[in-house]
Design a protein around this ligand. Sequence first.
Ligand code: SF4
Length: 471
Amino acid sequence: MTDYARHEHHDFLGATAQALHDEPLQAALTRLTDVLMAANRRGYAALPGSDQLRDHAKAIKEHTLAHLDRYLRELETSVMALGGHVHWALNAEDARKIIVDIAAKAKCKKAVKSKSMTTEEIHLNPALEAAGIEVAETDYGEFIIQLAGERPSHLVAPAVHHTRESICRILSQHVGYAVPDDPKTLALTGRRLLREKFRQADLAISGANFGVAQTGTIVLVTNEGNGRLTTTWPRVHVALMGMEKVIPRFTDLPVFLKLLARAATGQTLSVYTTVITGPRKPGELDGPEEFHLVLLDNGRSRILGTPYRESLQCIRCGACLNACPVYRRIGGHAYGGVYSGPIGSVLTPLYDSVTENKHLPHASSLCGACQSACPIRINIPHMLIGLRELQHHEKRSWGEDLAYRLWKEVLKRPWLYRLALRLAQVGSRPLAKQGWMRWLPGPGGNWTSVRDFPAPAKRSFREQWDEVKDG
Ligand code: SF4
């Protein structure tokens, strides 16, 4: 039976090596991340007061997380006052059950979905399909990867790992004839197939970029308009929202809208900002008869009281992925979890398990590019170091322990430090060449198998300093 609750634990090092040798993937990653990163920088530069706006957005998120219980209750009251229903899901299993039950009660058989990483997080599609509900992803990228039986590899560009040729192949296989390999035909073929899905659907599933506590408004940000079609046509709409996505007031919304699209793609605004305020009211022409908001915890409240709380400020723009030198080489699938890139390396161990995802906190050069690109300036490197520390405390070998103890004793005694330095200088001589050692014995070999190690200097800083000082 599928283990819906857990992320996929896979061979990170093997997947990384495979990705590095995948030439089409390398070309696609370079192309997309270069374009998006340049757009991100242009977007911030063209926005007057962008630094202050980013600080303001962070302050709103900090305030909201400090009063999360109050704002979630306010959101619940506001949604119910509009005629909607609110459900609380403690974990992924709860959320799947709630959504499947809503569908069963309303006798829904065909669902359309707009792109939502939160529904990926709870593995919703297999659960709906197991309950006899046909699910169609309606974001073009999501639609392609659904046909290919894959997972998204980027927060905002889920099919970034595909080329035009591979998309053509996937579509041709699906329709049973050779679809011409030009972008317009590929887009029109997808549109034709999806229009039929929309026409037949009785259940809409969406995520939520923001939920406004004051007004009970659910906000969706998309570029293709599929979110709007998804949430207006079917008679039942279920929005699944991570509980950290709540914002206090409607006037807070423009702060995030100005930053989200600029950080993600450099756009001033996304093409569609869909604002949903309850189910269809008497006299309205469209909108669902029933609206359900499912608020998902799934580990978030556990993080709230820890040093990793800042990770809950993420608005899922994907900018840190595009900026990260590791993501840019290995792509999203190598990370194994639903969330990839720098923020995924923080979220997956936290939501799932630090022990089971031991490589992720190390999948970073700690260069800080993620924090610079992030609209909320989330200090991802700091959290990655924290997770490494956590792993270290959880699992430290006796050999490592002994080495640190000895090193501590050496550092406490200057004469011993000088002696150790002298021994290292003499001992490294046979291995050193032009200031570098290309091979080290024992555990040091792990280092030199991928990079050189600097040889101890012929004369230490202390020796040189003594000379300078004495003039
Ligand atoms: S951590 Fe920042 S840059 Fe990365 S997805 Fe979240 S908001 Fe965007």
